[in-house]
Design a protein. Structure first.
Lengths: 248, 248
DNA sequence: CGACCCATTGAATATAGTCAACCCGGGTGG
DNA sequence: CCACCCGGGTTGACTATATTCAATGGGTCG
């Protein structure tokens, strides 16, 4: 039941939207949750599945992806601690994409029934969860814009800004650096670029002294220049003012 | 209050998810709704706005889009009658994209308060509306896959399949044809292709005798071949079995 | 040590973008 | 009534961004 962080991530997420009553907080903290460790690169749920649980990322990164006819992979979104990547399975019974661990992961699995129950008792919790899926959609929209209209370099800069801000919003980034255990191949698959081209874009950003990125750690050397180059406007993240203040 | 179709579109959408009680049906049918006609190409709400109403498309097409730094436009999704394109404004107060009429449009505007109220009284209506935003997100995910991984021809074929099926699902397509008043420039902006290239893709589909498309009407000449070419699997539309049966 | 994954780089190629021109139909105004 | 204009569609020619192919090096882990 992990009160050492597990429930708190949920409480925090919901509390960032609506002030919680003691009752609501109690209900969230006591949601029955099965905590599991998942090795890197392992699928958690697959396209076509009918999940019975929601998956709350406790530590590590997860990602969702789809494969196309000729075997190529598109990564849809990367998920950081505090995210509930498959929340949509509450109302869309069959999964239309895969969810996998990007790094070694600990995740809490909460039965749909339990979520429905809390949600029925506390409308504001429903609202907060719904909102969470809407922010996910907003991120998807911005990704469409990036892939559809921005060139490789802009796209890459934008992505790094986005991930950095999302990590900062959950307290996982320092002023200018954060753990970022994601390979170039994976970023490439997320941005619709080839791995080779991705590598060149990363090199370019490095040579321009905007970031360092080594597969384990992302360091922002010049946030303003990076955001300008990446055409990055954080509105789409719908961060609350408190989180937004944490901008580097 | 338009019982001549207006409320019914809502009733139908919700009823396709959960069997409605007489009470629920009554509440939906009597949602106060301001019906307005909007000329083609006019913005309805803009990025940065804080909408107070939700917009239900009654007839005509709408679309959502974003502009990037250098003026290019990315169309995020096209909306058909029955859609509520800005439902997310219920929980995300500031809009992160624009909504506009693609064709002359009639739309019903329902105050957020009214939606919240019905939603508070009838959890299944909440669920159905939430679900609606989730299907929108599923469409966005598939769009990411298309733009990120599929070449121009595949992408175009996929898009035509998608739109056709969505129109068929709301009864707006015959066996093999449907009204489709969308220009090539708009399809191009939706798929992240240049207008010139879009034109060539349309020509190619026409020359292969898969579709005819003239800016007013889409006719499917060979659904199976088109779906195969477009790598189209309708799972992501999350249509209910009844609608799915209407496959051409 | 060898296998493997990831990063890196050069060279050739391809898909898609840009530029520019032309056509057509419909609406407008002289 | 006809000339003009405008939006949308169409096409050719050229260019560019990004992909593919191929090869190499550096870690890490059995």
């Amino acid at each position: 039941m992990g009160d050492d962080g597990a429930g708190n991530l949920l409480v925090r997420k919901v509390a960032s939207v609506a002030k919680l009553s003691a009752e609501e907080r109690h209900a969230l903290e006591n949601l029955p949750m099965a905590v599991r460790a998942i090795p890197a690169r392992q699928d958690i749920v697959r396209i076509g599945d009918r999940p019975t649980h929601c998956c709350l990322v406790l530590s590590g990164f997860a990602f969702r992806y789809k494969l196309v006819g000729d075997g190529r992979r598109q990564i849809l979104n990367v998920h950081v601690p505090g995210d509930i990547p498959d929340l949509q399975s509450l109302h869309l019974p069959v999964l239309d994409h895969n969810l996998a661990a990007l790094t070694p992961l600990t995740a809490g699995f909460i039965h749909h029934d339990a979520v429905h129950e809390v949600s029925a008792r506390f409308p504001r919790i429903t609202g907060a969860l719904w909102r969470d899926t809407l922010v996910d959609a907003a991120i998807l929209r911005e990704r469409i814009v990036s892939i559809g209209q921005r060139d490789g370099l802009t796209r890459t800069a934008h992505f790094l800004c986005e991930i950095f801000m999302r990590l900062a919003a959950v307290g996982l980034a320092s002023d200018r650096a954060t753990a970022m255990p994601i390979t170039q191949v994976e970023i490439a698959d997320a941005l619709g670029l080839s791995p080779v081209h991705m590598n060149r874009m990363v090199r370019e950003l490095r040579e321009r002294r905007l970031v360092t990125l080594d597969g384990q750690r992302l360091e922002i050397l010049d946030w303003d220049a990076l955001a300008r180059l990446g055409d990055f406007d954080p509105t789409f993240l719908h961060l609350d003012p408190g989180d937004r203040a944490r901008r580097p």
